[in-house]
Design a protein around this ligand. Structure first.
Ligand SMILES: [Zn+2]
Length: 88
Protein backbone atom coordinates (compact mmCIF):
# COMPACT_ATOMS: atom_id res chain seq x y z
CA UNK A 1 0.00 0.00 0.00
CA UNK A 2 1.36 3.44 -0.87
CA UNK A 3 1.68 6.28 1.63
CA UNK A 4 -0.94 8.19 -0.35
CA UNK A 5 -3.36 5.28 0.02
CA UNK A 6 -2.71 5.16 3.77
CA UNK A 7 -3.39 8.89 4.07
CA UNK A 8 -6.57 8.51 2.01
CA UNK A 9 -7.76 5.70 4.27
CA UNK A 10 -7.09 7.70 7.43
CA UNK A 11 -8.76 10.86 6.12
CA UNK A 12 -11.70 8.77 4.91
CA UNK A 13 -11.97 7.07 8.30
CA UNK A 14 -12.01 10.49 10.04
CA UNK A 15 -14.72 11.76 7.72
CA UNK A 16 -16.72 8.58 8.23
CA UNK A 17 -16.54 9.07 12.02
CA UNK A 18 -17.67 12.66 11.65
CA UNK A 19 -20.56 11.66 9.40
CA UNK A 20 -21.84 9.07 11.88
CA UNK A 21 -25.18 9.96 13.38
CA UNK A 22 -25.77 10.62 16.18
CA UNK A 23 -22.34 12.25 16.37
CA UNK A 24 -20.47 11.12 19.46
CA UNK A 25 -17.02 12.49 18.77
CA UNK A 26 -14.02 10.39 17.96
CA UNK A 27 -12.98 7.96 20.65
CA UNK A 28 -9.26 8.22 21.47
CA UNK A 29 -8.83 4.43 21.47
CA UNK A 30 -10.56 4.11 18.09
CA UNK A 31 -8.34 6.86 16.71
CA UNK A 32 -5.21 5.11 17.97
CA UNK A 33 -6.41 1.83 16.40
CA UNK A 34 -6.99 3.59 13.06
CA UNK A 35 -3.58 5.28 13.20
CA UNK A 36 -2.00 1.87 13.79
CA UNK A 37 -4.13 0.11 11.14
CA UNK A 38 -3.16 2.63 8.48
CA UNK A 39 0.54 2.65 9.36
CA UNK A 40 1.05 5.89 11.28
CA UNK A 41 1.67 4.20 14.64
CA UNK A 42 3.34 0.90 15.45
CA UNK A 43 3.05 -1.25 18.54
CA UNK A 44 6.27 -1.51 20.49
CA UNK A 45 6.81 -3.87 23.44
CA UNK A 46 8.14 -1.68 26.21
CA UNK A 47 9.93 -3.07 29.26
CA UNK A 48 10.51 0.35 30.82
CA UNK A 49 9.06 3.85 30.30
CA UNK A 50 10.03 5.13 26.82
CA UNK A 51 10.63 8.61 28.22
CA UNK A 52 9.49 10.66 31.22
CA UNK A 53 5.70 10.61 31.48
CA UNK A 54 5.25 8.01 28.72
CA UNK A 55 1.67 6.75 28.96
CA UNK A 56 2.76 3.12 28.74
CA UNK A 57 4.12 3.38 32.32
CA UNK A 58 0.52 3.54 33.55
CA UNK A 59 -0.09 -0.08 32.65
CA UNK A 60 2.96 -1.73 34.20
CA UNK A 61 5.65 -3.64 32.27
CA UNK A 62 5.98 -5.31 29.88
CA UNK A 63 3.52 -3.06 28.13
CA UNK A 64 2.45 -2.11 24.61
CA UNK A 65 3.48 1.38 23.64
CA UNK A 66 2.28 2.89 20.37
CA UNK A 67 4.96 4.92 18.67
CA UNK A 68 4.97 6.88 15.46
CA UNK A 69 6.24 4.94 12.47
CA UNK A 70 8.57 6.60 9.95
CA UNK A 71 5.49 7.57 7.96
CA UNK A 72 3.80 8.96 11.07
CA UNK A 73 6.83 11.11 11.93
CA UNK A 74 7.19 12.29 8.32
CA UNK A 75 3.53 13.30 8.07
CA UNK A 76 3.49 15.00 11.46
CA UNK A 77 6.63 17.03 10.69
CA UNK A 78 5.20 18.06 7.33
CA UNK A 79 1.91 19.03 8.98
CA UNK A 80 3.69 21.16 11.63
CA UNK A 81 5.86 22.88 9.01
CA UNK A 82 2.87 23.60 6.77
CA UNK A 83 0.77 24.91 9.67
CA UNK A 84 3.63 27.13 10.82
CA UNK A 85 4.16 28.46 7.29
CA UNK A 86 0.44 29.19 6.91
CA UNK A 87 0.45 31.30 10.08
CA UNK A 88 3.37 33.51 9.05
ZN1 LIG B 1 5.98 4.14 26.08
Amino acid sequence: MTDEEKMTLLAGWLLDQRAAYPAEGIDGGDLQDALEKYGFLGEFKATEPCFDNCECAEFGFPSSCYRQTGLGTQVRRAYQAMEKASRS
